[in-house]
Design a protein around this ligand. Structure first.
Ligand SMILES: [Zn+2]
Length: 679
C-alpha cells in the first residue's frame, strides 16, 4: 500500500483491486487528510482535491451499496431535513456560574477549599470557546446522535448537521465500545467566517455579524450540504459514560478524546492552585486576538471527578466549576448620527456615528448598520443609547437599542431617497435589501472603483490611496480607471501637497501595474459577482480579455464553478459599450490583457504556462512570496503534485509531495535554483 497515496489521480493504476480495497483505501486517505487539515493544520491537498476524493468514494459506494458503512466519510452529508425534532438530554447541560474578576475567582477557590475540607486538589483551566454547546452520543464506538444544548434539558436533534463536522469522528478511533456522551463547543474559525461572509457578499446575500451567529445559523440550516460547505469545527470539553464521568480526573478525559480522534484544544493547563489558574487566565487574555477562533473567557474545573460528584450542584450550576469571563467586547454608547456611504456598486450603507467609547482596548466611534431594513428592525432613532459589539477584526455592529434609556429627545431617522453624493434618486429593487444609486458616473462609485482597481489584490498601485483618488476625481482628472494611465507627472505634481518625488514614484507604480497578471485585471474591473476567486477561474479559462469579450452566456455558464448569475453578469459587463471602450483604452495604454505573449517584461520562459508545486520551508521566501513570483512570471501554482506538474520547488523538510514528484519523474528544484530561475 506504500504507493497508494499516489494513485488517487490515476484510478486505473489500481483498477485490479477489488471495490472493497479501493473503498477502504479512499476512506483511510480521506480521514488522514482530514486529520492533517484540522489536527495538524498541514493540509497536503486543496479543498477541491479533498472533495474529488470524496466524490470518488461516493461513486464507488453507489455502485456497491452493500459496502456502505456508517462511519464512511460519505455518510457525513445527508439530505434536507424537514425541521428539527427535540432531543431530551440524558444528563442536563447545565450552564456555569460566571466570574468577572480575579476576586470572584478567589472567592470560588475559597468555597472549594471549604468543601474539600483539607483535602488537596487540582484545577483544570481551559479556554471558553465562544460557540454553541453540542452533545454527541456514541454507541459501540459509532456516532448515533447529536443535539444542541437548547434550554439544558431539551435541545434540537441536529444529528444530520453534526455529522458534517469533519472534526467529529463518526467512529471513535480508540475502539471504545461502551456508551459515551461527548460534549463540546461547535464554532466557526475566524478564517472560515470571513470566507463565508465573502461568499455571501459575492452572492449579495445577508452576511453574519460574528462567528458565533454564523455557527448558530449554520447549525440551524435544514440542508446539511450547506452545513458541510461551511466547515464548522468542534472542541470537546467533557466525556460522560451514562450519567457519570468516565475518568477519575477531568484531565484524563482530554487524553481519551485525543485518542478517540477529536480535535482537542491544546490551550489548557493543569493547575496546582488558584494562582496558577489566574496566571493562565491572564496569559490567554493577552493571546486572545491571536487565536483563529473567538473565546470569551476561561473555564475552571476541579480536576478530581470524585470531588466534582461530592460538591454537586445548586439548582442553577455545578459547584465545582466556574467560567471566568473576559471583559465583553460589547459596550453601550450614544448614537449621534447616521450617515450613508455610497460604495463601489452604488450600494447605500448606513453607518452609525457614536459617542466614542473604549472597547477591548480601542476607541470605537463608528458602527455598521448594514442597510435600511436593519435600521427598521432595530427601530433606531438619532440620539438613542445603543449596545454595540466588536468581534475580531470586523467593524463593530449595533446589536440593539436600549429603549428604556429614551428621554423623548430622540429624533426619527429617514433613509435618504436621493444619493447623498450625486443626488440621483436611489432605487431599491423589490425583494432586495440593498438600496443603490443608479448613476454610473456617481463620484462616490467612481472613487470606490478606482480604489478597488488600485487595491493590493487587484492592480496593486502603491500610492494611489483614498486622499489622492478623492482629489483626482474631484478635479475631474480621472473619471474611470482608464484615465489612470493618461495621467502625467506634471498633473500629479500640481496636486496640493504632492511632492515631486512621490509624484514620480506614483507614475512608476502606475507604469509597473500595466504588467499585472490577467486575473488581477479582471478582478480590478469590478464586474458584479466577480471576486478574486472567479477572476482567477475566468483568467485561467479564457487567457485574455479579448476571449472573455467574445464569450457567450452559455460558454461562461458551462465552466465548472461558474453559475448563471455570474455568467450573465460577466456577459453584460463585457458587452456594455462603455466597458468595451474602457478595455480599448487600457490596451492602447499598454495594460497587459492576456496570459503570456512576448510584450511582457516579466514573463519568463522558465515559468510561462508552467505548473509549480511548493513544498517544504524556504529560507528567503515565504510561500506567498514564492507563489507571487511564479504567477507574475506567467506560471501557475498548484497545491498537489500530478503528472501535469512541471516543477516541484522543494525547501527543507519537504514531505510526501517530494516523494510523489520523484515517483512521477517531475523536475525537482531547490531554493537556490529557484532563485536563479526567478532572476
Ligand atoms: Zn450617487
Amino acid at each position: 500500500m506504500a504507493f497508494s497515496i499516489f494513485m488517487i489521480k490515476e484510478p486505473t493504476l489500481f483498477s485490479n483491486d477489488s471495490a472493497e480495497t479501493k473503498i477502504e483505501f479512499l476512506r483511510r486517505e480521506i480521514n488522514r487528510h482530514n486529520e492533517l487539515y484540522y489536527q495538524k493544520s498541514q493540509p497536503e491537498i486543496s479543498d477541491a482535491e479533498f472533495d474529488a476524493l470524496l466524490e470518488q468514494l461516493k461513486t464507488l459506494e453507489t455502485e456497491n451499496p452493500d459496502l456502505i458503512a456508517p462511519d464512511s466519510p460519505t455518510q457525513r452529508v445527508g439530505g434536507r431535513a424537514e425541521g428539527f425534532k427535540s432531543f431530551v438530554h440524558l444528563v442536563p447541560l447545565m450552564s456555569l456560574d460566571n466570574s468577572y474578576d480575579i476576586d470572584e475567582l478567589k472567592a470560588f477557590d475559597e468555597r472549594c477549599q471549604r468543601l474539600a475540607d483539607g483535602r488537596a486538589f487540582d484545577y483544570v483551566a481551559e479556554l471558553k470557546i465562544d460557540g454553541l454547546s453540542l452533545a454527541l452520543h456514541y454507541e459501540n464506538g459509532f456516532l448515533i446522535a447529536g443535539a444542541t444544548r437548547g434550554d439544558g434539558f431539551t435541545g434540537d436533534d441536529v444529528f444530520g448537521n453534526v455529522k458534517t463536522i469533519r472534526t467529529i469522528p463518526l467512529k471513535l478511533k480508540n475502539d471504545y465500545t461502551g456508551r459515551v456522551e461527548v460534549r463540546g463547543e461547535a464554532f466557526l474559525s475566524r478564517s472560515q467566517f470571513e470566507r463565508i461572509n465573502e461568499e455571501l457578499k459575492e452572492k449579495e446575500e445577508k452576511t453574519f455579524a460574528n462567528p458565533r451567529n454564523a455557527a448558530s445559523g449554520t447549525l440551524r440550516q435544514l440542508d446539511s450540504s450547506i452545513v458541510a460547505a461551511r466547515r464548522l469545527d468542534l472542541f470537546p470539553y467533557d466525556v460522560l459514560s451514562g450519567s457519570s464521568k468516565m475518568f477519575v480526573t477531568h484531565w484524563e478525559s482530554f487524553e481519551f478524546l485525543e485518542k478517540a480522534g477529536f480535535h482537542v484544544n491544546s490551550n489548557r493547563r493543569l493547575c496546582r492552585n488558584i494562582e496558577a489558574v489566574i496566571e493562565f487566565c491572564n496569559a490567554m487574555q493577552e493571546r486572545r486576538e491571536s487565536f483563529d477562533y473567538d473565546i470569551d473567557g476561561v473555564v475552571v474545573k476541579i480536576n478530581s471527578t470524585r470531588l466534582q460528584e461530592e460538591f454537586g450542584a445548586t439548582n442553577k450550576a455545578p459547584r465545582w466549576a466556574i467560567a471566568y469571563k473576559y471583559p465583553a467586547l460589547q459596550a453601550t454608547t450614544r448614537l449621534n448620527d447616521i450617515q450613508v456611504q455610497v460604495g463601489r456598486t452604488g450600494a447605500l450603507t448606513p453607518v452609525a456615528y457614536l459617542e466614542p467609547v473604549l472597547l477591548a482596548g480601542t476607541t470605537v466611534a463608528r458602527a455598521s448598520l448594514h442597510n435600511e431594513d436593519e435600521i427598521k428592525r432595530l427601530n433606531v432613532k438619532l440620539g438613542d443609547w445603543v449596545l454595540i459589539e466588536k468581534s475580531g477584526e470586523i467593524i463593530p455592529q449595533v446589536l440593539q437599542v436600549i429603549e428604556s434609556r429614551r428621554d423623548g429627545c430622540e429624533r426619527d431617522y429617514e433613509f435618504p431617497k436621493n444619493c447623498p453624493v450625486c443626488e440621483t434618486k436611489v432605487a431599491r429593487p423589490a425583494g432586495e435589501a440593498v438600496t443603490r444609486c443608479p448613476n454610473p458616473d456617481c463620484p462616490a462609485k467612481v472613487k470606490a472603483r478606482i480604489l478597488h482597481f488600485a487595491s493590493r489584490k487587484a492592480m496593486d498601485i502603491e500610492g494611489l490611496g483614498e486622499i489622492l483618488v478623492e482629489k483626482l476625481v474631484d478635479l475631474n482628472l480621472v473619471k474611470n480607471v482608464g484615465d489612470i494611465y493618461s495621467l502625467t507627472t506634471e498633473q500629479v505634481a500640481e496636486l496640493e501637497r504632492m511632492a515631486e518625488k512621490s509624484a514620480t514614484n506614483l507614475m512608476t507604480q502606475i507604469e509597473v501595474s500595466k504588467d499585472r497578471t490577467l486575473h488581477r485585471l479582471i478582478y480590478g474591473l469590478d464586474i458584479r459577482h466577480v471576486g478574486e476567486r472567479y477572476a482567477k477561474i475566468l483568467a485561467r479559462h479564457f487567457r485574455s480579455i479579448e476571449n472573455l469579450q467574445k464569450a457567450t452566456v452559455e460558454e461562461l455558464d458551462q465552466i465548472h464553478e461558474i453559475g448563471l448569475a455570474v455568467a450573465m453578469s460577466v456577459f453584460n459587463w463585457m458587452n456594455n459599450p462603455r466597458h468595451q471602450d474602457l478595455i480599448r483604452r487600457l490596451k492602447s495604454a499598454g495594460v497587459k490583457t492576456e496570459i503570456g505573449g512576448e510584450s511582457q517584461a516579466n514573463t519568463n520562459e522558465n515559468f510561462n504556462g508552467k505548473t509549480f508545486v511548493l513544498t517544504g520551508k524556504m529560507e528567503n521566501f515565504t510561500r506567498d512570496e514564492a507563489a507571487k513570483l511564479i504567477e507574475e512570471r506567467g506560471g501557475r501554482v498548484s497545491s498537489s503534485v500530478s503528472k501535469k506538474t512541471d516543477y516541484v520547488i522543494a525547501g527543507s523538510d519537504a514531505g510526501s509531495k517530494l516523494e510523489k514528484a520523484n515517483l512521477l519523474n517531475v523536475t525537482v528544484v531547490d531554493e537556490a535554483r529557484f532563485a536563479e530561475m526567478v532572476s
